[in-house]
Design a protein around this ligand. Structure first.
Ligand code: 13P
Length: 233
């Protein structure tokens, strides 16, 4: 199976720099690549590229209405955007999104047949308690999530590995992905300090179906290096 390579720009890049990035990356891609870009809301553009897919980092579970600062389905439809990230730890922890709200969003965008990259992952404190606690914690992040949804992709992103420069070990990745795969049939991506140097071994791990990249995706050439590593698999 072709490995999925996704870039989460978080709150980085402008509308102009995103456009330049996407235009030049799309020219380098092959029909067999499976690449997603999640730009900032203000840089969202029409999803009509030859190879890459544009997704939204977030949206409110509503068609349109009085929800100041939020993006609704109507705006996404106009841009032909059909992929959404839900449950990212930055939205859960910094923006205080509850499991209940993640599930509400999931159910709303599932009814709209979006492809959903659903993020799960434990804190360092949970990881340090041992794998049984990691499993219990991840299980709670699947509460009220219809795990049989065919357009579900899971991203395992341990919080302590995000932006820390310290990726989870291959053993931790493999063990946790195995557990997630025992819960659902979806492809499972790994995210957390993936870069051009460690991408190859991470993508080589049997249970890893792709990667979700933050910092190392901000530079197009560095992200493209990761895409090239995926082609070798
Ligand atoms: P980093 O690659 O910067 O660790 O971020 C990972 C992430 O949160 C992707 O969603």
């Amino acid at each position: 199976m072709t490995k999925i390579i996704a870039a989460n720009f978080k709150t980085n890049h402008t509308r102009k720099s995103t456009e330049e990035y996407i235009q030049s990356l799309d020219k380098k891609l092959l029909p067999s690549d499976k690449v997603y870009i999640f730009p900032t809301p203000i840089a969202l553009c029409e999803n009509n590229f030859k190879h890459l897919n544009i997704g939204t980092q977030n949206a409110y579970p509503i068609f349109n209405g009085a929800f100041t600062g939020e993006i609704g389905l109507q705006a996404l439809k106009e841009l032909n955007i059909k992929t959404i990230l839900i449950g990212h730890s930055e939205r859960r922890n910094i923006l205080k999104e509850s499991q209940e709200f993640c599930a509400e969003k999931f159910n709303f965008f599932m009814k709209e047949e979006f492809e959903i990259i659903y993020c799960v992952g434990e804190s360092l404190c949970v990881r340090e308690k041992g794998f049984e606690d990691v499993k219990k914690f991840i299980q709670t992040q699947f509460e009220n999530i219809p795990i049989k949804y065919p357009k579900l992709i899971v991203a395992y992103e341990p919080i302590w590995a995000i932006g820390s420069g310290m990726s989870a070990s291959l053993e931790q990745i493999s063990q946790t992905h195995c557990f997630i795969k025992s819960i659902c049939d979806a492809p499972v991506l790994y995210g957390g300090s993936v870069n051009a140097k460690n991408a190859s071994e991470i993508l080589n791990t049997k249970e890893v179906d792709g990667v979700l990249v933050g910092s190392a995706s901000l530079d197009m050439e560095s992200f493209y290096e990761i895409i090239k590593k995926a082609r070798e698999k």
